[in-house]
Write a protein that binds this ligand. Structure first.
Ligand code: PLP
Length: 226
């Protein structure tokens, strides 16, 4: 199967209300061009420099999503153009993104990343930490960032009962947060959850955005230079 037919097949399967982010990390420009030919415009990357280089090389109507752990000293590489940062997991990071967005005279859309998996290694806020962050934002003016919603990654397991429990807990927290902190903000509308092996379940649990990589582009080889 080609990248182009993989994209078309998946797009047919997704409800219109769900946005597909094609995760192209570690994949060459040629693969992204193929997906672009198939009409795909949202792409996700997890490294700031790789994202900058791909943005420079590819058509300017692509919407670039940053989905990896973002270090504050790398924000400058993506701030001028990034469409959505999925992985904000601290107040400090949000403040730094705001500063860079101000310099670029733009508003950067962000999601807060929640830790819903059982694995220790994954990044993200606990529900309590996220509440605290949102509380603290009530009293500061971060004029150049806009919180569009939440992102989460389920545990890497075949136990779909557990994965469903994790996605459902994030959806419930999303609904609660929207009511509590964003009652009059229609643009708090994005729940990014679901990857190649669990996107269908994520959609059933309320995802509005899925991040799919290997299903479209094939397995990644982390050892190879791209
Ligand atoms: C790599 C990655 C994905 C895509 O994973 P696949 O299993 O290849 O679909 C999605 N989200 C995040 C945050 C990732 O780092």
């Amino acid at each position: 199967m080609s990248v182009e037919s993989n994209i078309k097949k998946l797009l047919q399967e997704l409800p219109n209300s769900v946005r597909l982010v094609a995760v192209s990390k570690f994949k060459p420009i040629a693969d992204i061009e193929q997906a672009y030919q198939a009409g795909q415009r949202d792409f996700g990357e997890s490294k700031a420099l790789e994202l900058r280089d791909k943005h420079e090389a590819l058509p300017k109507d692509i919407r670039w999503h940053f989905i990896g752990h973002l270090q504050t000293n790398k924000i400058k590489y993506i701030a001028p153009f990034v469409s959505l940062i999925h992985s904000v997991d601290s107040e400090n990071l949000l403040q730094e993104i705001n500063k860079h967005a101000e310099k670029c005279e733009r508003t950067i859309d962000c999601l807060l990343q929640l830790h819903i998996a059982t694995e220790e290694t994954k990044f993200g806020l606990s529900f309590e930490e996220c509440d605290d962050l949102l509380d603290s934002l009530r009293t500061q003016k971060l004029t150049n960032v806009r919180i569009r919603g939440l992102m989460g990654m389920a545990s890497n397991t075949d136990d779909m009962v557990q994965v469903e429990r994790e996605f459902s807990s994030l959806k419930a927290y999303f609904d609660k947060t929207k009511t509590q902190f964003f009652p009059s903000a229609p643009d708090f509308d994005t729940l990014s959850m679901g990857m190649s092996h669990d996107y269908a379940l994520a959609i059933r649990c309320g995802a509005t955005m899925v991040r799919v990589g290997s299903l479209l582009f094939g397995e990644r080889n982390y050892n190879e230079q791209h």
